[in-house]
Design a protein around this ligand. Sequence first.
Ligand code: SAM
Length: 284
Amino acid sequence: MIDTLPPLREVVRAHGLEPKKSLGQNFLFDLNLTSRIARAAGPLDDVTVVEIGPGPGGLTRALLAAGAREVIAVERDERCLAALSEIAAHYPDRLEIVAGDALATDLAQLVAGVAGRKQICANLPYNIGTALLVQWLESPVWPPWYDKLTLMFQREVAERIVATPEQRVDYGRLGVLCGCLTKARILFDVPPSAFTPPPKVVSSVVELLPRTDPLPCRIEILSAVTQAAFHQRRKMLRQSLKGLGVEALELLNAAGIDGTKRAEEVDVAGFVRLAQQLVILRSR
Ligand code: SAM
């Protein structure tokens, strides 16, 4: 037992929180598992944790029990707010509930007045997990306001996040973005049976630590290059990089990359060089 609040299944029943597929609602009721995720995010003393999609509050409770100074929880489903208020009452001044869409919420602004270390920890709704991660990584300020992300994704997305050119199938735009800006690793897998209702696939908890010294390049330019390169991933780069507004071969030569290579053979540093050279060539 991590607190004296009612068991999560009881909370779900009492508040009529029938899981909605449209909101990616796969709830965690196993306290050992939610505690394990909170421990993976930790140590949490003096840390403010932003949690996306608290739902009935299983992970929220684990984060609070693990000692987070405060949890700021952004939930879109209004049905969950009453259950979350009960947790807030149990942990006075330590849980702020924000009703709204995380995709439309400026988290940096949300924590603007908060002193000390800040993190994001979440069992993300699968349908918008990648979009949220990309939004947080494409922060206009770097290093960003958070010093760690501990996030649950589908295993397949987790593999794309940590992929390198050696794992060709999984390596793509997401791997380049995450590799450029963070040190990412898969911490552990979670089987479908751990969720209610069980999803079709295995999930993984991923840790992303923002690099304090990322390779210097403009992220929107890097994104344009990787979009062109991976959109036609089987084609040679001298072909797929046409359409960036510069001579593809000139760009590849300037970046020191063989034009007969394919996107999946170029490492993060190579894509950063391409983005840097694209800016230079475009300014001529
Ligand atoms: N944290 C809970 C748990 O582990 O049991 C629930 C996780 S469930 C996978 C995803 C949660 O995200 C749901 O509570 C859902 O209502 C919420 N959600 C879905 N879309 C959202 C959005 N755009 N903004 C905020 N929360 C959202």
